[in-house]
Design a protein around this ligand. Sequence first.
Ligand SMILES: *[C@@H]1O[C@H](CO)[C@@H](O)[C@H](O)[C@H]1NC(C)=O
Ligand SMILES: *[C@@H]1O[C@H](CO)[C@@H](O)[C@H](O)[C@H]1NC(C)=O
Length: 313
Amino acid sequence: MKDLSGFVSFILIQLVLTGYVKALYRPVVIWHGMGDTCCNPDSMGKIQEAIKGVLPGIYTYSIMIGEDESGDKKASFFGNINEEVNSVCEKLKNDENLKYGFNAIGFSQGGQFLRAYVQRCNDPPVYNLITFGSPHNGVSDIPGCEANDGWCRLMRTIASQGAYSGYVREHIIQAQYFKDPRRLDIYLKKNIFLPDINNELEVKNETYKKNLMTLNKLVLIRFTEDTTLKPRDTSWFSFYDEEGNIVPLREQNLYKEDWIGLKTLDEAGKIVFKDCEGSHMSIELIYFVDEVVLPYLNNTLKYRKKPLLVIQT
Ligand SMILES: *[C@@H]1O[C@H](CO)[C@@H](O)[C@H](O)[C@H]1NC(C)=O
Ligand SMILES: *[C@@H]1O[C@H](CO)[C@@H](O)[C@H](O)[C@H]1NC(C)=O
């Protein structure tokens, strides 16, 4: 058996060398955060540039919701995230370049949305999922706004009517991962996204667990000085108890009862908990390259360039 697998990999190497099988970097899909867009040259543009600089020829895809960049920004505040994730499933499935799978990086809320992609669709499949400052276990406060961001201020004004109230819970994206630790019963009843994706409801969706467990690595990056996410440790799946103390992932039922496969992944050494020095979404290029691109994106797909043999009929 051992000899045989050695032989097979010898043949595969020969095929790569002869050009029958081409090695390609696995493509990368990114999903931006709140108030940002797919195509902002100063944020997602720089990220794609950095990846391409290190891994020339790699295919990158930046998720856009809606028809254009301004619609995409608006959709990071207003909409129904379940519908947005569905539309992303459609788009990724229809991109020829992604059909053998990809690595994915989610920034802030884009991180738990990509996790929802993995759990609900994962077709094509994600290999490594990296999330930067993502509120995986919700936030106890709606995130604040940059001074000049009109959509964001409008979002906060509307959300202040109550994150679980009728209109807000279905139309404000941030309400869909808002979690009040003192009112978990209402959260479980009213929040349309997070309780489902974290399998916190009575009826668990086994597909979510099965899909998440197929990841090669789940890399959870926390910003050490994050004041946007309450608590910042939600990026490691920690959350408050009723008294406001932080409960680490490994002490929660979500983990102990393995609702979405995190325990299985962790025990297999497939969850990486990392810190990034600085405030929410301040990422140094050198950190991004050394801690993300080189260890988690430099992996290849192999596919057959030409038919190995053609049988004449
Ligand atoms: C579980 O999730 C899958 C994928 O999204 C979905 O097709 C299925 O209907 C869900 N099952 C239940 C019981 O909700
Ligand atoms: C990517 O990995 C390959 C194989 O391990 C290695 O030879 C190559 O130097 C790496 N690329 C970069 C840019 O470090």
